[in-house]
Design a protein around this ligand. Structure first.
Ligand SMILES: [Zn+2]
Length: 128
């Protein structure tokens, strides 16, 4: 394992601390300020410590992780459901609704995770 480089002090922070802070929607640096100002819109900077977070672009990472998690859960659930006990319309409607709700529930956690990892790697975000 390599030691964190002096040019990237964020990497010195414990990995799981960063994961925990961002999963609960808090600033990856201090853990107190909010990470999002709305459902998926990150704050420009932390209200508590002033860390710049608005330049971090998670792009398609959170959607990929959400599909990965929800897809595995729903795939397993669909195999376990009693499809012959209810009509196809009821089952498909229920599975679709549950998939949408689960995706919307997981997406903020996935985005927080990616923002935390990008913050930790100190990516510059030159696309802005
Ligand atoms: Zn902060």
């Amino acid at each position: 394992m390599t030691s964190p480089s002096p040019e990237k002090p964020n990497a010195a922070q414990d990995f799981w601390l960063t994961v925990l802070r961002t999963l609960i929607g808090r600033c990856p640096k201090c853990g107190h300020g909010r990470l999002f100002k709305s459902y998926l819109k990150p704050v420009e900077q932390c209200a508590t410590c002033g860390e710049a977070l608005g330049h971090i672009r998670a792009d398609d990472g959170p959607a990929w992780l959400t599909i990965l998690v929800v897809g595995h859960i729903m795939g397993s659930l669909m195999l376990a459901l009693p499809w012959d006990e209810y009509s196809d319309t009821v089952m498909i409607s229920g599975v679709t609704a549950l998939t949408i709700v689960m995706s919307l529930a997981v997406l903020p956690y996935a985005k927080g995770f990616f923002i935390g990892m990008i913050w930790r790697a100190e990516c510059v975000g030159t696309e802005k």
